[in-house]
Design a protein. Structure first.
Length: 389
């Protein structure tokens, strides 16, 4: 090339999921591959979703530009859904529809911070959050979680890390990669900390539909009457509605923040894809029972996953929940990338190296147990025990 590549982009790591998928062709076995890497729903969309997609794809208006902030009917339906879920009052003008939750995160960061600012993230942290901040010229400051508490962070550690350049705290609950659901008390303490320091609290709820079965609602942040003065909530429709290829997410925030994000949306892509938005606006109110059935199925897969590791003496689950198990591997002299590559090459089990979520976690692998059915999960002991590293 005769032109220069931005050093900011050049220095980013290659997409982590694409890196591990390169190992697939190296598989030497005959048993079916078990892909526990990228978090992909392990069952198809509801029949009503497929039917609506087919029906609406023939409508001429889905090919035109849509509203920048999202289709009005989806913004309204989603606002009503959030209001019911959290026993609060969210209006449609407090919702923006994005092309997936990663884009929602970027919109949130661009709306509250500029190059040179920093955002505090609990560690281990979702790699796309870290790389997105780097891409924007911002700094991700990691706050190590406590392994003894399923990697939950200490609020005091966040407060110590705040500088004049800090603009927010971003968490994922249930977490990626640990699966840990952040308890109300911790989230409330983070909320109060952000309020005291005029920071935003960004909460990515991509996996909220797969909380433990005894969780009535994911959190109580919206109980605060002025919650949206501080909280920016992010969501992905990919998991609960099995639509990852349609790239749809949502932001719930103060209406003034949504108006600022609309400027970003217009410059990046004008509007989110219309077809999926129109389908979701029709099906969200009617699929509550189906979503709950899937929640129970994922809980059953988690239970099977736990049973598997009870039989593996040298492997241990450090934390699990939502879609993921964060597992300590027994090969202390090897990097997690090396272990994951050998695991795929010899046994056909594809995972994400723990080191991708922070250098301190090279002794872990992330297993997306939600991807596989119970029969596949139950075959893991034989495969893991056969591995030679």
């Amino acid at each position: 090339m005769t032109y220069l590549v931005s050093p900011t982009i050049r220095d980013l790591t290659a997409p982590p999921v694409a890196q591990v998928q390169e190992w697939i062709d190296q598989y030497q076995g005959n048993a079916p591959m078990i892909d526990l890497s990228q978090a992909v729903p392990g069952y198809p969309p509801h029949a009503d979703v497929k039917a609506a997609l087919a029906e609406m794809a023939d409508q001429d208006d889905v090919f035109s530009y849509g509203a920048i902030e999202g289709e009005p009917q989806l913004r309204q339906v989603y606002a009503e859904h959030i209001s019911q879920l959290y026993s609060t009052a969210i209006s449609a003008d407090q919702v923006l529809i994005s092309s997936g939750c990663n884009q929602a995160f970027i919109f949130a960061m661009m709306s509250i911070a500029k190059a040179g600012d920093n955002i505090l993230l609990p560690e281990p942290s979702y790699f796309n959050h870290t790389s997105s901040l780097t891409m924007l010229g911002m700094t991700a400051i990691g706050i190590a979680g406590d392994p003894a508490r399923r990697f939950l962070p200490d609020v005091a550690d966040f407060e110590k890390a705040i500088t004049p350049a800090t603009r927010g705290i971003a968490v994922v609950s249930p977490n990626n990669p640990t699966g840990t659901h952040y308890p109300d008390e911790l989230l409330n303490d983070l909320y109060q900390l952000c309020k005291r320091h005029d920071l935003a609290l960004i909460i990515d709820e991509t996996y909220r539909d797969f909380c433990d079965l005894d969780v009535v609602r994911p959190h109580g942040l919206f109980d605060h009457p002025d919650a949206l003065d501080t909280v920016i909530q992010l969501y992905s429709f990919s998991k609960a509605y099995c639509l990852p290829g349609y790239r749809l997410g949502a932001v719930t925030a103060h209406e003034n923040t949504i108006a600022e994000m609309a400027k970003i949306t217009d410059n990046i892509q004008i509007c989110a894809p219309r077809l999926g938005q129109l389908v979701l606006s029709r099906v969200i109110p009617h699929l509550a029972d189906w979503r709950h059935e899937n929640r129970m199925e994922i809980a059953a897969r988690r239970s099977a996953f736990r049973t598997v590791f009870e039989t593996l003496r040298d492997w241990s689950i450090s934390s699990d929940g939502g879609y993921f198990g964060f597992v300590r591997h027994p090969y202390s002299d090897r990097t997690s990338a090396n272990v994951a590559a050998v695991l795929m090459r010899q046994t056909g089990v594809l995972t994400i190296p723990g080191g991708f979520f922070g250098s301190a976690y090279d002794d872990h692998l992330r297993f997306a147990f939600a991807n596989a059915d119970i029969a596949a999960i139950s075959s893991l002991p034989e495969r893991l025990m056969s591995m030679l590293v």
